[in-house]
Design a binder for this molecule. Sequence first.
Ligand SMILES: CC(C)(COP(=O)(O)OP(=O)(O)OC[C@H]1O[C@@H](n2cnc3c(N)ncnc32)[C@H](O)[C@@H]1OP(=O)(O)O)[C@@H](O)C(=O)NCCC(=O)NCCS
Length: 177
Amino acid sequence: MNIHIKTERLIIRDLTTQDLDGMFALDSNPEVHRYLGKKPIKNKAEALQYINDVQKQYAERSIGRWAVELKDTGEFIGWCGFRLYNDYTFNNHINFYDIGYRLRQEFWGKGYATEASKACLQYAWDVLKLDTIYGITERNNEASHRVLLKIGLNYVEDFYYDPENMQLRWYQLKNPN
Ligand SMILES: CC(C)(COP(=O)(O)OP(=O)(O)OC[C@H]1O[C@@H](n2cnc3c(N)ncnc32)[C@H](O)[C@@H]1OP(=O)(O)O)[C@@H](O)C(=O)NCCC(=O)NCCS
C-alpha cells in the first residue's frame, strides 16, 4: 500500500479496489452529491469505474485523488488530494492542479477535510514542488468554501460551468516557497 501522508488522525494513501464498498457508500449518498451535480451512483460497477479511472491517472499523470483512512480504526472515510486537469477546461484554465475532498456523511463536521487538505497542500509545496493549487466549489457549497479558506486558498471569482450548467467558485494559492 502506497502511503503518502500521515496526519494526527489520518492516513492518506493510494486508492485501491479494496476501497470499493467505501466508495459505493460515499458516492451513492444523494447528500454527498448535493453540490456535485446531483448524480449519485447506483451500483458498485460505477464505484469500481471511479477507482479504475483514478488508478489510470496515477499511472498517466503521476497524481490523482488519494484515499483517506482513519488511523484508529482503519476505516475508509473518503478521498482528498489532487487532480491534474489536463483533459478539459475550467474557467479558461487547462493543465492545472485542483485540490478536492469528498467524505462519507457520517464523518462530516469533525475537521477531517481540513486536516487532510492542509497536509496535502504542504505535500504539494514540499514534495511535488507545484507552483499553484486551484480549488473549485459549487457556489452554495458552504462547507467546501470554509475548508478552502481555512487551508489558505484565496477566493478569486464565480464562474459559470456550461457543460454541467453549474455556478461555481474559483480559488487559488501560489507556492509560498
Ligand atoms: C465538504 C466536506 C468534505 C467537508 O468535510 P468536513 O470534514 O465536514 O469539513 P471540516 O470539518 O474540516 O470543515 C467544515 C467547515 O465547514 C463548516 N460547515 C459545514 N457545513 C456547513 C454549512 N452547511 N454551512 C456553513 N458552514 C458549514 C463547518 O462549520 C466547518 O467550518 P469551521 O471549522 O469554520 O466551523 C464534506 O461536507 C463533504 O464530503 N461534502 C460532500 C462532497 C463535497 O461537496 N465535496 C466538496 C466538493 S467541492
